[in-house]
Design a protein around this ligand. Structure first.
Ligand code: SF4
Length: 446
C-alpha cells in the first residue's frame, strides 16, 4: 500500500494504481480527507476502510485493478473504489459485489462523500494540520503538477476522452499558485502533467491572470516561462509536437526549464498515424528534432510507441525502426497493441497476430536499447547536474536532467553517502550501461 500513516482520526488505507495523473487525483483526495481530520494507514490491517484508485486504460490495468480490489476486500473488507475504471461500475460489482461505493475519475466530492457514509468525519477538524503543499504521494523533493484534465483529441485506440471528457484547463493563476506552494514546501523538481500539455489553455481561450507583477496567458508557452522563474527543475510530460512547441526550446537553452520533452509519438509511419488519428502533424518532426538538438544539444526525448496496431504492415514497422534510429529517441516505452473496450480502433481491419506483435516488440526493444546505449555512452566524461532520490550505506542514487522519476534511467553514485534526497550536485560521469549512468560528485557543487 502507498503511504505512511499518522495516528489521529478514522484511518484510511489508500492504494493508488495507474499513471501520474491518477496519482495527482489520489493526492487531492488524501489532502481533502486529511484536512477533515482523517488519518492514513500504511497497511490494510490498521485501516478502518480502504480506497482503491483504479486505472481503466488497458485491459491488463483493469485486471490489476480488480485483483487489487479483491486483495483489499480480503485483507480489510471495507473498500471504496474510485478512478478511471470506476466508470465500469457494473463490471466491478460483478467481480466484487461487496465493495461499499464506486466513483469515477476526478469525482473527489463523491469519494469523500462515500468515506463520510462509511466513516463519519471526526469532530475536531484541527486534529491534523495540512502541510502547505497538501499531501503528496511522491517524495518531498519532486511533485507532479496537473495543469488540465481531459482531452480534445480522439485517438482511435484511446477511451480517455470518454472517461475524462474534453480538455478542461486550470486557470494559469491557480496552476502557478500551486507551483509556488510546492516550491515553498521544499519541492526541487516539478513534473508538468496532463493528457495534452501543449494544448493547455485552449478551452479557456488563453484567459489572462496577473502573477508576480506580470500578466500571463493560460497558454503552454507562458506556463513554461512562468514556471521557469521558480528556480527549480521543471520537466514537461505529454507534449504533442504542435508548431508552437518549437518556441519552448530557447527556454531550455537558457536553463529555465529542463532539456527534456516527453512526446508520446506512438508510431512514425504516416499510414499508422492516420489510422490512430493522432494529433499534430508528425511528418516534419525529424527535421524539427535535428533543429531542437542544434539549439540544445543535451535535449533528452522520451516517448511511447505502440507496435502491432491494426493494419500495421512489416513496411510500416520497418519505417518505425528506421525513424527511431534516425531520431535517436533517448528513452522509450513500447506497448503491444491491446484492444481497449469501447475504442474505435477495435473495428479497424488488419488485426496483427499476437506472435507478430511479440516479435515486433522484441525487435523494437533491441533497436531502442542500442539507441539508449549510444546516447548514454556519449555522456561519459561529461559533468551533469544530478538530483538525488535515495541515499543508503552503499551510496546515492539520483537522476540527470534527462531522466524523469519512475520511467527513465538512474545515475548511481557509489560510495557517496554524505548527500540527502533533493540535493542537486554536479556529477562527473565515468561509466554508462544501456539505461543507467555511474559517476561521482565533481569537485565544486552548484
Ligand atoms: S491525445 Fe489521444 S491518446 Fe492522448 S488522451 Fe487524448 S485521445 Fe487519448
Amino acid at each position: 500500500m502507498d503511504q505512511a500513516a499518522s495516528n489521529t482520526g478514522p484511518k484510511i488505507g489508500f492504494v493508488s494504481l495507474g499513471c501520474p495523473k491518477a496519482l495527482v487525483d489520489s493526492e487531492r483526495i488524501i489532502s481533502r480527507l486529511r484536512a477533515e481530520g482523517y488519518s492514513l494507514s500504511g497497511d490494510y490491517a490498521n485501516a478502518d476502510a480502504v480506497i482503491v484508485n483504479t486505472c481503466g486504460f488497458l485491459d491488463s490495468a483493469k485486471a490489476e485493478s480488480l485483483a487489487t480490489i479483491g486483495e483489499a476486500l480480503e485483507e480489510n473488507g471495507r473498500v471504496i473504489v474510485t478512478g478511471c475504471f470506476g466508470v465500469e461500475a457494473e463490471r466491478i460489482r460483478e467481480a466484487h459485489p461487496d465493495v461499499l461505493a464506486i466513483t469515477g475519475p476526478q469525482q473527489y466530492e463523491a469519494v469523500v462523500g462515500a468515506v463520510h457514509e462509511v466513516l463519519p468525519p471526526p469532530h475536531d477538524p484541527f486534529l491534523d494540520l495540512l502541510p502547505p503543499a497538501g499531501i503528496k504521494l511522491t517524495p518531498r523533493h519532486y511533485a507532479y503538477l496537473k495543469i488540465s484534465e481531459g482531452c480534445n483529441n480522439r485517438c482511435s485506440f484511446c477511451i480517455i476522452p470518454s472517461l475524462r471528457g474534453d480538455l478542461a484547463s486550470r486557470p494559469i493563476k491557480e496552476v502557478l499558485a500551486e507551483a509556488e506552494r510546492l516550491v515553498r514546501a521544499g519541492v526541487k523538481e516539478i513534473l508538468v502533467i496532463s493528457q495534452d500539455t501543449s494544448a493547455y489553455g485552449l478551452d479557456l481561450r488563453h484567459a489572462e491572470s496577473d502573477w508576480q507583477g506580470r500578466t500571463w496567458r493560460s497558454h503552454f508557452l507562458d506556463l513554461c516561462e512562468a514556471l521557469g522563474e521558480l528556480g527549480v527543475w521543471v520537466r514537461l510530460h505529454y507534449v504533442y509536437p504542435y508548431p508552437h512547441v518549437d518556441r519552448v526550446i530557447p527556454l531550455m537553452a537558457e536553463g529555465k526549464i529542463l532539456p527534456y520533452l516527453d512526446i508520446p509519438f506512438q508510431h512514425a509511419s504516416p499510414a499508422v498515424l492516420k489510422a490512430m488519428r493522432r494529433p499534430a502533424n508528425q511528418e516534419k518532426v525529424l527535421d524539427r528534432i535535428v533543429d531542437w538538438r542544434r539549439q540544445v544539444p543535451t535535449l533528452a526525448l522520451r516517448s511511447t510507441f505502440i507496435v502491432g496496431f491494426p493494419g500495421e504492415t512489416e513496411e510500416d514497422f520497418q519505417f518505425l525502426l528506421d525513424w527511431l534510429a534516425e531520431a535517436e529517441i533517448d528513452r522509450t516505452g513500447c506497448f503491444k497493441y491491446e484492444p481497449v473496450a469501447g475504442a474505435k480502433a477495435n473495428a479497424l481491419p488488419g488485426a496483427v497476430p499476437e506472435e507478430v506483435k511479440e516479435e515486433r516488440w522484441h525487435r523494437f526493444m533491441q533497436a531502442q536499447q542500442a539507441v539508449s546505449a549510444k546516447r548514454l555512452k556519449s555522456k561519459v566524461g561529461q559533468r551533469l547536474d544530478v538530483i538525488i532520490d535515495e541515499v543508503d550505506v552503499e551510496g546515492a542514487v539520483g537522476r540527470s536532467p534527462g531522466d524523469a522519476p519512475e520511467i527513465d534511467g538512474k545515475v548511481f553514485l557509489d560510495g557517496e553517502n554524505g548527500l540527502s534526497p533533493g540535493d542537486i550536485v554536479p556529477v562527473l560521469i565515468d561509466h554508462a550501461e544501456e539505461y543507467d549512468l555511474w559517476g561521482s560528485v565533481a569537485e565544486e557543487r552548484s
